[in-house]
Write a protein that binds this ligand. Structure first.
Ligand SMILES: Nc1ncnc2c1ncn2[C@@H]1O[C@H](COP(=O)(O)OP(=O)(O)O)[C@@H](O)[C@H]1O
Ligand SMILES: [Mg+2]
Length: 385
């Protein structure tokens, strides 16, 4: 069981003392935004995009001079939902500043003004709208942007999991948003996204509305030389010990993936009493538990992958990292049909973001998924003593 004193944060906001590194990335983010540009932040899921943006929002340079908004659109499937979440976030932010701002926002959003409730205790408007209350999302969206453009301070708007808009059924959303964003003088935008392929296409293909509209920051793993001492230090700050070698093993196993490292050490810390040393077996048990608890999720994912792609997925997972996946050696070793079958399968797997290629090296995007496959189909040994 995790305790309140656990310094390995895995949910919610991270206080600066528990936030590891990101020195260069946060400088770049703050500099880009405060100089009037927009920024795209791309990384695999749970590498730390949201954490980075929120960490930067707390920098005094930003906190003291800007209104900041953060909208996670991962689960949205239409412009209506997008507009709803955006409106709710803008309202909540202004309402937390002053009564006057809450009122002026409601009045400005004429298309839905009548739908706001009033809190009988405070006499303040409340955002108790239903999705269906937004019957003209394009128009409401325009009103929200217009309101922001007249705010008494500049604004920073972060859309998290922005690639989602490319999946909405309406096919002109990118163009609509781009037009608004281009017009706003006093707003800058952060577009964070986990699906590299889709994000890159949106911002680097010349036919797309967002082409070249933002700088791109690829958020990589926190370097091992920084993460390992950070982990050891957090244990020591609570009267516990851990050998740097153990932290290094976990780092290597997950290729530096932030969430899995945080999660492993959150659990391992919880199982290490004060005055004790966190052992390899404690860490191993924590990883084992994490793998097992994702069982249903991974099976569900596999059930949606066609067999040819699955064979290749397993092959890459078993190898960990591999280069020449269309070579005769690789095809034969893993009983794959042919080089061309591998080629078309890997294309699909990359489109769905199951597989990532960096410098011609292929690996599974989700490192825990790779471990799980190894546990089920492979040798199932990790973290050797
Ligand atoms: N720099 C960091 N130091 C410590 N923990 C972090 C850091 N960045 C992210 N985390 C943790 O890693 C997990 C994933 O981060 P998150 O920002 O939600 O990723 P993303 O937005 O890329 O999906 C969260 O549990 C968060 O608490
Ligand atoms: Mg996120």
């Amino acid at each position: 069981m995790a305790t309140k004193n656990n310094p390995f944060i895995v949910t919610g906001k991270i206080a600066p003392e528990y936030f590891c590194d990101r020195v260069i990335e946060s400088k770049r983010l703050v500099k880009t935004i405060t100089n009037g540009r927009n920024l795209v932040v791309i990384s695999p899921r749970r590498m730390g995009k949201t954490g980075l943006v929120q960490y930067c929002y707390d920098h005094s340079e930003i906190a003291d001079n800007y209104y900041t908004f953060f909208i996670d659109i991962l689960h949205t499937t239409s412009l209506r939902e997008f507009t709803y979440l955006f409106g709710r976030e803008v309202f909540a932010t202004f309402a937390s500043k002053s009564r006057k701002m809450a009122m002026s926002f409601v009045q400005a959003i004429k298309s839905i003004s009548g739908k706001f409730g009033i809190d009988p205790m405070t006499a303040l408007p409340t955002f108790n709208l239903q999705l269906g209350d937004i019957d003209r999302p394009e128009y409401t969206l325009e009103e929200i942007f217009r309101y922001l453009s007249e705010a008494d301070k500049p604004c920073i708007v972060a859309f998290d999991e922005f690639q989602q808009i490319a999946k909405y059924p309406e096919n002109n959303i990118e163009a609509i948003l781009r037009t608004h964003i281009q017009k706003l003088q006093n707003c800058n935008f952060i577009f964070a996204g986990s699906e590299r392929h889709m994000m890159q296409e949106m911002f680097t293909v010349s036919a797309r509305p967002f082409y070249l509209s933002a700088d791109i920051l690829e958020l990589n793993a926190i370097p091992m030389e920084i993460y390992v001492p950070f982990i050891v230090g957090l244990f020591e700050s609570r009267g516990r010990n851990i050998m740097p070698e153990i932290a290094t093993k976990v780092y290597t196993l997950f290729k530096g993936h932030t969430y899995y490292i945080q999660k492993t050490f959150n659990e391992a810390f919880a199982n290490t009493a004060e005055g004790e040393t966190c052992t390899l077996s404690v860490v191993q048990a924590a990883i084992e538990e994490m793998i097992d608890s994702s069982d249903t999720l991974f099976r569900e994912i596999l059930s949606n992958i066609p067999e040819k792609q699955k064979s290749l997925l397993y092959a890459i997972a078993l190898e960990g990292e591999c280069r020449h996946i269309t070579s005769a050696v690789f095809v034969r070793k893993h009983n794959l049909i042919s080089a061309s079958a591998v080629q078309s399968a890997v294309k699909k797997l990359m489109e769905k973001d199951h597989v990532t290629v960096v410098n011609k090296v292929y690996s599974l995007t989700n490192k825990l998924f790779a471990l799980w496959i190894n546990k089920i189909y492979g040798i199932g040994i990790y973290l050797p003593e």
